[in-house]
Ligand binder design. Structure first.
Ligand code: SF4
Length: 349
């Protein structure tokens, strides 16, 4: 069976070429076509000899996701609903902001972690994305945005990135490769619901990736209600793993904290948060919950709650930002686009 060539690192392709009697530098040429020029057809790789093109066609393929739907928000955020080769749906998002263009990529079809306010968790877990499917999103979005220049990548779409650890890391290394996309590790953010064991592994990869953690509550009692993963990796294991990561990479940890009306916005919640992250090189990103779908069971905070929470953290020396949700008018949280589409076909939910 032919394999998607974008599953292979440059070193693997070089090794395969060598075994097939092709000079390794040809692999670098192929990589340039794939990742610098975004070419998806071996026959268009004009500096390759015919026999190399024939060999590529025999052993490899390129399965690009099909763009099923694109929604554009009034703030110019774009959501791409993409259909994979097996018919499953994922979504990617492009988020323009002054000189940056950030792309949010999915790493799984569905997700097994069932975070309380996340539409993706309601989809259930279907499968991990292949390396080529993670990269395929990047390249498809690049083709569909003005001038194609993506400055940042966040792995915050559908799925828990660290649950698909090996494929995620391979995709990151290809994006990072100077022969590939050449995107700096510091321009890539991995978002996690808190898989402590994988955070420890990530700290040993020698990559200065930005790490973003869905915290949302600073006590085990409340956090477990929002993120079931907290029962397996409670704050007692998560925080040491994050301290290790910050120390090993010299990167600041970002804590995502979705403000849910009356649930995690009290003075006790703010006190617990200040105590939890004391001494850690960290910032807290407050996100007022955006209830695009009432089935998720939470309400947006009132303005006073948001202002109180932010100023409390500031007064206690916490680096805090308030992020207004982007693309709110085209489906709020990750997974909602897929969820809405799935709903129209699914009668079991
Ligand atoms: S927030 Fe992330 S980890 Fe949690 S259910 Fe949604 S996609 Fe999965």
């Amino acid at each position: 069976m032919v394999e998607d060539i974008r599953n292979l690192t440059l070193q693997e392709l070089e090794k395969n070429f060598q075994a097939q009697g092709v000079a390794p530098y040809r692999a670098r040429q192929v990589y340039a076509w794939l990742y610098k020029k975004g070419i998806e057809d071996f026959s268009l790789m004009t500096n390759l000899p015919q026999d190399v093109k024939a060999l590529l066609g025999k052993y490899y393929a390129i399965f690009s996701p099909a763009v099923e739907k694109v929604l554009t928000s009034s703030d110019l955020t774009q959501k791409f609903l993409l259909r994979l080769k097996d018919g499953t749906l994922i979504e990617s998002v492009s988020i323009p902001a002054s000189s940056r263009l950030t792309v949010c990529l999915s790493t799984q079809v569905g997700c097994r972690y069932c975070c309380a306010f996340c539409a993706s968790g309601r989809l259930g877990f279907r499968r991990h994305l292949e390396v080529s499917e993670i990269l395929g999103q990047f390249l498809t979005v690049a083709k569909n945005v003005p001038d194609g220049r993506i400055s940042n990548v966040v792995f915050m779409g559908v799925g828990e990135p660290l649950d698909n650890y090996d494929h995620l890391l391979r995709a990151i290394r290809i994006l990072n490769d100077e022969n590939g996309v050449r995107l700096g590790a510091r321009k890539m953010t991995v978002s996690t619901c808190g898989l402590s064991n994988r955070i420890v592994s990530l700290s040993r990869e020698g990559l200065q990736l930005e790490l973003s953690v869905s915290l949302h509550a600073a006590t085990n009692e409340k956090r477990s209600q929002l993120l079931p993963v907290n029962k397996r990796f409670p704050l007692e294991t998560l925080m040491p793993a994050l301290r290790l990561y910050a120390q090993a990479t010299k990167r600041k940890i970002t804590f995502e904290y979705v403000l849910l009306r009356g649930f995690n916005t009290t003075v006790e919640d703010a006190q617990a948060l200040v105590a939890l992250i004391r001494g850690l090189n960290a910032r807290v990103n407050l996100i007022p919950y955006n209830s695009a779908d009432s089935r998720l069971g939470f309400e947006p905070p009132v303005k006073l709650e948001v202002l109180f929470f932010k100023s409390y953290l500031e007064k206690h020396g916490v680096d805090v930002t308030l992020r207004m949700p982007r693309g709110a008018d085209i489906a709020a949280a990750c997974g909602q686009l897929v969820w809405k589409t799935a709903d129209s076909r699914c009668t079991n939910y």
